[in-house]
Design a protein around this ligand. Structure first.
Ligand code: MG
Length: 373
């Protein structure tokens, strides 16, 4: 990849892989990371994991797989404008949710509660665990042996107690340093993607209405622009034009504001990025609008009674699975019993976190339903 900015991550300034390997041919190290992620088992499972709507509620809602693809698309476009390492942004984006539980945030919260006495459960730590430990594809190592910068980007946050256990990849949480701009960018691409697709899915599901969204500044502002331009437009096309226009504004604002931040901070090299304050970010006005939109989504979509009912079922399913495995480890599939005999609850969490929505529901039935086939 040529014409990268002087502060971008490159193969030259990369800290490389934990286990040395011969370099790839015909692709860069970060393209190799991306390819390893796409070929992983955890990546395929994203297809059947909930983003907000449970997989079986409809074929058109986002799943964690399509969410991750949207994050990668948004991240790559912005990275290109910035002359950042597009392949690295893509790799981080595609991997960022690999450790997510079934049933979206309800699943993550439930598993975290189950694991409270055993170190807790946090999906982005689990994503790192997937690529570092759990994937079984290579003869020479566990996990995918990804480059340091990809792993650093996957680990979005870590509590101090966890950071102490994770070593180099989490050192920045202990000595107050920043990750690469590529990692910071992937994080914002995630936010842009989910806020916008949740508006779209919320409207599609009927849980949100256009009338409600007219009270949200960023939406109403863009809706006005679209309606002025296409006064007769209604229905799905009106929604799509508005959402598209929002994504475009957010990506543009993020690019412009971040460029100003980089200039003001006098950042020249990757090492400067680590020392500076976070440099990728929205302008104050857009930041306020994003917060308003997030609050709206929390109050009206994530707390909608139909979503809460789903979350409740998810919690029930995960708690019952966890409690059963924890009280009788013999219920766990043999491979999980053998592999982590020393850390029983971690093995259970790995098993549950790896489940797709429908696998968790089937496993629940296999454990608790008494029915004649
Ligand atoms: Mg995400």
């Amino acid at each position: 990849m040529s014409n990268l900015a002087s502060y971008a991550v490159t193969e030259k300034n990369s800290r490389g892989r934990l286990i040395k390997e011969t370099g790839p041919t015909g692709r860069s190290e970060f393209q190799r990371d991306r390819d390893r992620i796409i070929h992983s088992t955890a990546f395929r499972r994203l297809e059947y994991k909930t983003q907000v709507f449970v997989n079986h509620e409809g074929d058109l809602f986002r799943t964690r797989l399509t969410h991750s693809l949207e994050v990668a698309q948004i991240g790559r476009s912005i990275a290109r404008n910035f002359h950042l390492n597009e392949d690295l942004v893509e790799a981080i984006s595609l991997a960022h949710d690999l450790g997510h539980t079934p049933f979206g945030h309800a699943g993550q919260d439930a598993l975290n509660d189950c694991m409270l006495g055993y170190g807790g459960f946090e999906h982005n730590l689990q994503s790192l665990r997937v690529v570092d430990v759990l994937e079984e594809r290579y003869a020479d190592f566990d996990g995918l042996n990804l480059c340091f910068e990809t792993r650093e980007g996957i680990l979005k946050h870590a509590a101090k107690s966890n950071a102490e256990k994770l070593g180099e990849v989490a050192a920045r949480f202990l000595n107050n340093k920043r990750p690469s701009l590529e990692a910071q960018l992937a994080n914002f691409a995630d936010e842009i993607a989910y806020n916008n697709h949740d508006v779209d899915d919320g409207l599609r599901s009927g849980l949100l209405t256009l009338e409600q969204l007219k009270n949200v500044s960023i939406f109403s502002r863009h809706l006005d622009v679209v309606t002025k331009r296409y006064p007769k437009l209604t229905g799905r096309r009106l929604v799509h034009e508005t959402v598209r226009s929002m994504i475009n504004t957010l990506a543009t604002d993020l690019t412009q504001q971040s460029q100003v931040n980089i200039q003001n901070a006098g950042v020249k090299l990757l090492s400067d990025v680590h020392e500076a304050t976070p440099l990728i970010g929205f302008s104050e006005e857009v930041k306020r609008e994003q917060q308003e939109l997030k609050k709206f989504l929390r109050d009206n979509l994530y707390q909608h009674y139909r979503v809460v009912r789903m979350s409740n079922k998810a919690r029930h399913t995960i708690e019952r699975l966890f409690d059963s495995f924890n009280s009788n480890i013999k219920l766990l599939p043999t491979q999980y019993q053998i592999k982590f005999q020393q850390e029983k609850q971690q093995a259970i969490a790995d098993y549950i976190a790896g489940m797709t929505d429908r696998y968790a529901i089937r496993e629940y039935r296999r454990l608790f339903a008494i029915e004649l086939e």
